[in-house]
Design a protein around this ligand. Structure first.
Ligand SMILES: [Zn+2]
Length: 396
């Protein structure tokens, strides 16, 4: 099936990929209390946020007859977030104020993954409750000099214009860089001592795979965007795993974690269960299938066929065992399956890799490609505050 042996890694078959474009993400500077940060964000991205908000329900739940129920299911999560991370509720209040949205609409912009997973349950999709579009590949590696955490975020093409990079300096916590769909408090990224990346997993309420009538919605918990920010507040991978242990969640995702001491792992989560996949090499990789025996995950022998992006990334890194550095990670992120225009770097008519990043944990820096990493250069971004702020606050 997959040939990822020596010599095939860089032979892209897409004819139009000749020059790397140097395009930067809009960087949203936020500083102060959480309400103030949210308000700065809402004001800086007001147009983007309002535009996405107007389409939001239709993108993630195309059947308009389900919108009212979907909105109810998402607002049910508010008390869970208020209990687990009250500062992030203040941030949503700030975003709502800055962008002139209702609190409920601003809150729901943090529930895009959960809207999709909820919809899968309503449609009784049994094998998976997420569409093919809900992809993503994650990697982490402990090199001779650094801990690296990497992410290809793959989703609907139409979301590309709404991707921003939040650069936060809260009064009461570590500085962070987190990618976001405009309006949400963030997705994976880097903070002072840890970095995270994530993959959606097929929805199930607990550890057991769903039966023939599809997965049952387990109800509210803390959505992925809030959990991403909570994880970025932690000082270590161990602390992040403890946070997951004590937090009821609202969706099913794998989190790939790495801290400055070189502690890397993947952790597969459902609303009420989690399973850590410790590293067996100097690196870990993950895509959109359960691997843990606790979740009856895919055995290694089946991954080439049924989880080809994770398999390809793992095979590429194994080929470079002992010398997995940032250039090897980005090569894996740019990889296309032989003879195809898609792979770890994902392209279909309606979906694509919206961003790729590699974070160097503890060094306060990351490299990120805007959109397809086969077409865009990885450019540096830093946790350090800028020397002077631009008038608009949004840097191109
Ligand atoms: Zn590509």
């Amino acid at each position: 099936m997959l040939d990822v042996g020596a010599g095939s890694h860089t032979e892209f078959t897409c004819e139009d990929v000749t020059m790397m474009q140097e395009k930067r993400f809009p960087v949203v500077e936020m500083q102060g209390s959480h309400f103030e940060m949210g308000q700065q964000y809402g004001q800086q991205c007001r147009g983007l946020i309002r535009d996405l908000s107007a389409q939001f329900d239709g993108i993630f739940v195309p059947d308009a007859t389900r919108h009212r129920a979907a909105r109810g299911a998402m607002v049910d999560a508010v008390p869970f977030v208020r209990a687990a991370a009250p500062a992030l509720i203040e941030e949503v209040e700030g975003i709502a104020s800055g962008a002139d949205l209702s609190f409920e609409d601003a809150f729901r912009m943090n529930c895009s993954a959960e809207m999709g997973q909820w919809r899968g349950c309503q449609e009784q999709r049994s094998a998976v409750s997420i569409a093919e579009a809900d992809e993503c590949t994650t990697l982490a590696a402990c090199t001779n000099t650094a801990t690296l955490v990497a992410w290809n975020m793959d989703w609907h093409r139409l979301l590309q214009p709404y991707m921003v990079l939040l650069k936060g300096r809260p009064d009461d916590g570590p500085a962070f860089l987190a990618f976001a769909l405009a309006g949400s408090v963030g997705r994976p990224g880097l903070s002072e001592s840890i970095a995270i990346s994530a993959n959606q997993l097929p929805y199930r309420s607990g550890p057991t795979p769903p039966g023939a009538d599809g997965p049952a919605w387990a109800g509210p918990g803390v959505p992925y965007c809030f959990l991403s920010r909570m994880l970025l507040e932690q000082e270590s991978t161990a602390a992040a795993l403890e946070l997951l242990e004590r937090t009821r969640r609202m969706g099913c995702l794998n989190y790939t974690l790495g801290d400055a001491t070189g502690d890397i792992c993947c952790v597969e989560t459902t609303p009420t269960a989690q399973a850590v996949l410790p590293r067996e090499e100097s690196f870990v990789t993950h895509a959109n299938s359960y691997h843990s025996p606790r979740f009856s995950g895919l055995p290694q022998a089946e991954r080439e066929r049924r989880d080809p992006r994770a398999h390809a990334a793992q095979t590429l890194l194994l080929d470079h065992r002992g010398r997995v550095e940032r250039d090897v990670i980005t090569m894996a992120q740019r990889y296309h399956f032989p003879g195809q225009c898609t792979g770890v770097c994902h392209h279909t008519e309606t979906t694509m890799t919206l961003l790729s990043f590699v974070a160097e944990v503890g060094q306060g820096r990351m490299w990120a490609a805007y959109g397809s990493p086969c077409e865009h250069a990885f450019l540096p971004y830093s946790l350090e505050p800028p020397r002077r702020r631009s008038r608009s606050g949004v840097h191109g």
